[in-house]
Write a protein of this length. Sequence first.
Length: 586
Amino acid sequence: MGDGAAGSALRGRVRRRRSLRGVGGVFLAGVLAVAAPLAAQQVVVGEPGATLRAAGGMVVSEHPEASRAGAEVLAAGGNAVDAAIATGFALAVTWPAAGNIGGGGFMVVRFPDGTTTALDFREKAPLASHPEMWLEDGEYSARVHHDSHMAVGVPGTVAGFDKAHRLYGTSAWSDVVAPAVELARDGFVLSEGLAGSLERLVQRRAEYPATVAAFSRDGVPYGPGEVLRQPDLARTLERIRTGGAEGFYHGETADLLVAEMERGGGIITHEDLALYRARERSPVTVDYDGWEIVSMPPPSSGGVAIATMLNILEGYDLEELGPGTPATLHLLAEAMRRAFRDRATYLADPDVVDVPVHRLASQAHADGLRATIDPARASISSPTDVQEVTESMETTHYSVVDASGMAVSVTYTLEQGYGSGIVVPGAGFLLNNEMGDFNAQPGVTDERGRIGTEPNIVRPQQRMLSSMTPTIVAKDGVPLFATGSPGGKTIINTSMQTILNVIDHGMNIGEALEAGRIHHQWLPDRTLMEKLSFSPDTRRLYEGYGHTVREVDGIGTAMAVYRDPETGVVSGAADTRAADGAALAY
């Protein structure tokens, strides 16, 4: 398609109302590997890279044992919230690079009756925080900001899971925590990828004896196929199983965490832990061609950015332009560019900053942004407009759908891979370094692209801005699929492209996750493009619009589950970019 193709595909606000039956048929006809309808209690594992189909519920996550924990809770009669909690606690054992009880994140829930909610358990800045806390001798220190005990935010995951269970869970709390306790106590077999990753962690964090003890045998790395047991973590999880959030934010676990803060020069206190509360919020919802997209509100930037981009792109006929064509990629990049400029300018913790969510997610705002897009030429991102703090790529996402149609989408993280790399002695869990998601220094810009924009400057008790984008998609009031991804700022664009692949390009779940991706985040002014996913001609024509391209091995690792509303059959897949990802169903 030539340079003018995007312009010729402009369609204003004309909607293409595909039938629900037709879309469901696309998913089910495209299944790559099919499990026959299953008897209750039987859990089936999907093949890597294949779409699993089953008659009950399904969990897709970064690790098969975590997916199994959630699927077994579903098979025992628990609902999707119960399964999501079980999966999350299990990932804290089996996927320590991002799964956690020492970090935080977000959960989006859509109930079978069409109502929705969002749980915010993002970490918070300790009471002793202040805007100049990253300075050493008057100069900004990346080490202090990202790689010290000062970088640790007050953890939120346990409080978030506890609140979600009290509000919407149906299983006994002890039953949803138990699989994680068993995995930590009895151990699990290490894959080649995880064994190598733990070896690198131990080498990188050799100065922390508790980290070395937790993930090696006295400094000797575990090999693939060996069993990793974590007895200290098992005891911490047992306290959570017995006492809920109280078992983490008070008592022995809290004492151990605060003692490590005092030893390492951190600022989290018992008061900080006692004050932490998860928040229930109203999701950001946008209508795209008759599909309802439900995502996370601030302090996540994901939902607002998704709404902005989809509202912009609704003005073009992406179906006609086709998936992965230069014209489509150009429009995607221009929508991304504008959404990320808004992200840096306006978004932050809504409990502290007045965030104009409704205006940013409105069609009127998107119409104004679309009017600035040249269908034949790339815009220019000026460093004088806005610049952003770096956000780590290491996060994890999982999706759950139960037999009733309840859908849960969860993204949580420690920030960088393994967070701070600091294991709490005697407690066995890793601490986050999420304070690095606050802007570096008020009003100061440097050559790395940091600027002290006011909304996301650190303040006591403020939650740092995030890109995590747990999302649920519905049609005609019926929940259809849950999706999301890790990947720092690329999370937002990975989730958006997965949604477009389904709605505009008619892909099934597996195809939607495997399709090639791009990423643009306003600054730096370049497009990340996955190697081998686009032809040389496509790249050349895309660059002809004026875009600068940097090739990367992969963008995101999406996890998604779809449930056919007419048959109750669920189909889901783990992105093959996730080496240990797995879909499990019953």
